[in-house]
Design a protein around this ligand. Structure first.
Ligand code: AMP
Length: 287
């Protein structure tokens, strides 16, 4: 008789740096890493499934990183459900979940920060001081601990991707950074752990972000090359939605994130928009 192990029976959960290193010592290569802060949704599922398809061992980290939150209230209300997250990891074929405590990642006396330069400064970097220092620091630790051949990140956090690529290149970390397309709800809203905080009215209003980004894309496809006209087009689209309060609307060089006057190469169109207390980001790559 053939018995099949349930996926959950195979999945191993480790909580310490040492247990992670031990588990990885005997893991088949290549290893794929998917860093997350938990409260997993279809966007995370896609990253895990892709890592599973492309590597021999898939490691998912679940760690709500205090260093990347400026606002303690934002950190406190970040949604968590480890049991559900672990079940999702198992369903998508993960082999190892690394779910450390804050002290395990940042032991007493920890006093190092990884600070990426220019590409980390505008947009999310300007709106959330210290955010990318926290991201780069924790990802550098994870890259070193896991020693993965590949790590998977979502295009939804486009600036984060650029920051991590810069960090990995500069610190000579051999892990290949792979971008995965943004996974969306049927109405176009990018999946995000933060969507859970939206009231029904805010949730109904949130697809205005996608409409504004697609309006910019349409303008560009019709030949418009003035960045200001694209910004105006996006602001006009957002202003149709009374609950949408734009934080920034950007048309920037897709590599340096410098704001553009004229579009003449790969361009990242992005925005952060508040709906009540919830701040959402999304972007569209014009290439
Ligand atoms: P987070 O748990 O929000 O830190 O996200 C963990 C990883 O999942 C990051 O690489 C994100 O960019 C990625 N991610 C989050 N939302 C999505 C999405 N809707 N589609 C694709 N990837 C996503």
């Amino acid at each position: 008789m053939v018995t099949r192990e349930s996926p959950a029976a195979h999945l191993q959960i480790v909580r310490t740096r040492e247990a992670l290193r031990e588990a990885l010592a005997r893991a088949p290569r290549p290893v794929g890493l998917v860093p997350t802060m938990g409260w997993l949704h279809a966007g995370h599922r896609a990253l895990i499934a892709r890592a599973h398809a492309e590597t021999a061992t898939t490691v998912v980290s679940i760690f709500v990183n205090p260093r990347q939150f400026g606002d303690p209230a934002d950190l406190a209300k970040y949604p968590r459900n480890e049991a559900r997250d672990v079940a999702i990891c198992a369903e998508e074929g993960a082999d190892l979940v690394f779910a450390p405590s804050v002290e395990e990642v940042y032991p007493p006396g920890f006093d190092t920060s990884v600070r990426v330069g220019e590409v980390a400064q505008p947009l999310e970097g300007a709106a959330r001081p210290g955010h990318f220092d926290g991201v780069a620091t924790v990802v550098a630790i994870l890259f070193d601990l896991v020693g993965a051949e590949r790590a998977y990140f979502g295009q939804k956090d486009a600036q984060q991707l650029l920051v991590i690529r810069q960090m990995a290149r500069d610190l000579a970390i051999p892990t290949e950074v792979i971008a995965h397309p943004t996974v969306r709800e049927p109405d176009g809203l990018a999946m995000s752990s933060r969507n859970v905080h939206l009231s029904p009215a805010e949730r109904a209003a949130a697809p205005a972000i996608r409409r504004a980004l697609l309006a910019a894309r349409e303008c560009w496809q019709n030949g418009e090359r003035s960045a200001d006209i694209l910004r105006d087009r996006m602001r006009a689209e957002l202003s149709e939605e009374p609950l949408a309060e734009p934080d920034y609307v950007s048309v920037a060089d897709a590599t340096t994130l410098r704001e553009l006057k004229t579009i003449d190469g790969p361009t990242l169109v992005s925005m952060a928009v508040r709906f009540g207390a919830t701040r959402l980001i999304d972007n569209e790559l014009l290439d």
